[in-house]
Structures are given as C-alpha cells and as structure tokens.
Design a protein around this ligand. Structure first.
Ligand SMILES: Cc1cc2nc3c(=O)[nH]c(=O)nc-3n(C[C@H](O)[C@H](O)[C@H](O)COP(=O)(O)O)c2cc1C
Length: 190
C-alpha cells in the first residue's frame, strides 16, 4: 500500500478543511494517508516524510504566495534536500484563498519549484474545469486548477461555511487521483 502525506498550513481553518477532504479522497482510493500540519513537524515527522511515496503540499495563498508558515517548512526541507531524500516521490499541491483568482497560481508554482528542487515527480489535477454557461459554483473543479487543486473561501465565511461543498468534493477527487497516480508509479518502479 502506498503512503501519502498531506503536509499543510492553515492559519484560520479553511485550508485545513481542504486538507481533510484531500485526505479522505486518498483513503477512499485505498492508500495510507497522513495529515501533517507544518506546525507539528518533529524529528519523527521528518522520518515519515522521507518514508512516504508521495507528498501533497497545501497552504493558503497569503499576499500572492504560500503562507510564511509553509515557507518555513519548505526552508527546513533543505536538510532532506542535501541528501535528495525525496527524489522520485510523487508531489502535488493545493491552495485556498479568498478571491476566485487572488494570485493562487503563484502558490502552486512555488510548490512545483519546491518539488523540482527535491527532484520529485509533479502530478496535476487531471480534471477538466467546469467552465460552460451551464456551470454552477458547486460543480467539480469550478475554480479550474490544472497544475494544482484550487479552492476558494469567501473572505467573510467561517471554515464551517467555506470552501463550498463543490470545492471539497473536488479536493476528494484530487486526493483519489494522487493516490491512483502514486499506485501506478510504485507498480512501474517495482
Ligand atoms: C495575510 C493574509 C494575506 C492574504 N492574501 C491573499 C491573497 O493574496 N489572495 C487571496 O485571494 N486571498 C488572500 N487572503 C485570504 C486568505 O487566503 C483566505 O482567507 C483563506 O481562506 C485563508 O485560509 P486559512 O483559513 O487556511 O488560513 C489573505 C489572508 C491573509 C490573512
């Protein structure tokens, strides 16, 4: 069974909701999944990251990039980077923010760069966007991420209210996809 760690930061709980939905999707797809908030990473957690087959990065978009807490984790990952401990693991990422666009892609692009520095294998959403006239807010992939999962939480909504159900369903499907990609990668690797 493949092991997938969702390593994320959430300042106010919205991105945590997304992380939990991604986690549920990974489990539903039959992989072993662990939620790892960046604030709780100790030596044992670094070992778990090194032992995983896939890492899914998650952070809210703050000021057009990943939150500082996530960046602190990324900087600390220079230690496994020295020995290329994450080489050839599957990598994927998600971000949540208040504005529909809000420069979310800068955060996803940062995750891709982080993954490439670690010599990981990036996997995108593999989902078509809901972008027709008939599309509604709770359709799968309404926010329209290809490179990474994008979700939106209204600025005045609590984590109980946002992101909306369609975005959380998209997060579950994303988790299931990354689990499927990881299973294929492991099988091919032998
Ligand atoms: C310091 C700060 C900067 C923010 N910058 C952005 C931004 O650049 N784009 C955006 O769409 N939303 C921005 N927001 C809104 C958050 O992304 C949004 O509230 C998100 O749901 C917070 O997720 P969290 O509850 O997991 O922290 C910002 C919020 C804060 C607190």
């Amino acid at each position: 069974m493949s092991k997938i760690v969702i390593v994320y930061h959430s300042g106010y709980g919205h991105t945590k909701k997304v992380a939990e939905a991604v986690h549920a999707g990974v489990l539903e797809a039959g992989a072993d999944a662990k939620l790892m908030p960046v604030g709780e990473i100790d030596d044992a957690a670094w070992d778990e990251l090194a032992a995983a087959d896939a890492l899914i990065f998650g952070a809210p978009t703050y000021m057009g990039g990943p939150s500082a807490d996530f960046k602190k984790f990324a900087d600390a990952s220079s230690k496994p980077w020295f020995g290329q401990a994450w080489k050839d693991k599957i990598a994927a990422g998600f971000t949540n923010s208040a504005t529909m666009n809000g420069d979310k892609f800068s955060t996803i692009q940062y995750f891709v760069t982080l993954a490439m520095q670690h010599s990981m294998i990036w996997a995108g959403t593999g989902m078509m966007p809901a972008n027709t006239k008939a599309a509604t807010r709770n359709d799968l992939n309404f926010v329209g991420g290809f490179t990474g999962l994008l979700t939106q939480s209204a600025a005045d909504a609590s984590p109980d209210e946002a992101p909306p159900p369609g975005d959380l369903e998209t997060a579950r499907a994303f988790g299931a996809r990354i689990a499927a990609v990881t299973a294929r990668w492991i099988a091919a690797r032998g």
